[in-house]
Design a protein around this ligand. Structure first.
Ligand code: FES
Length: 157
């Protein structure tokens, strides 16, 4: 089964393609749009995008695997991304990861059986002064503690 973009994403991609002489230049936004639409980037999606952009699937896969924000496996409704870089690590990120892993009975990289939560460790989220930092989908939470995290997670629909 080949992948195709929803109409609004097709329009967005078409507009981007007009801006650049080389289709490969829109690889990153195309990957973002595909992931936004499908939730993750399957092999089939990557192959379809590579064909659209006139690049090899292996080359596009290199790009996908380089960036931690791209996901090649289905993920939960909520992506719990705990920064593991120095400032956050020193401020207790490992304890946050352990707490979440224990709470949801998953390991890093896994998704809860009900499909709600995926736990990931990620590199610096760019807010080192307010460590430790956790990103849940598109939202940042800073100076996170177990109690603060509980309040945040309890409010998720
Ligand atoms: S080290 Fe965690 S936000 Fe930079």
């Amino acid at each position: 089964m080949s992948f195709s973009f929803k109409t609004e994403h097709q329009k967005h991609l078409k507009a981007l393609l007009k801006k650049y002489p080389d289709k490969r230049s829109v690889a990153l936004p195309a990957l973002h749009l595909a992931q936004e639409q499908e939730g993750y980037l399957s092999t089939e999606i990557i192959e379809s995008l590579a064909e659209m952009l006139d690049i090899t699937p292996a080359s596009l896969m290199d790009t996908v695997s380089f960036y931690t924000m791209f996901h090649t496996k289905p993920r939960g409704k909520y992506l719990l991304q705990v920064c593991q870089t120095l400032s956050c690590s020193l401020a207790g990120a490992d304890q946050i990861v352990d707490h979440l892993a224990h709470k949801y009975r998953i390991k890093v990289g896994e998704t809860t059986e009900d499909g709600r939560f995926t736990l990931l460790k990620v590199e610096c989220l760019g807010s080192c002064g307010t460590a430790p930092v956790v990103q849940i989908n598109d939202d940042y939470y800073e100076r996170v503690t177990k109690d603060k995290l509980k309040r945040i997670l309890d409010k998720l629909p």
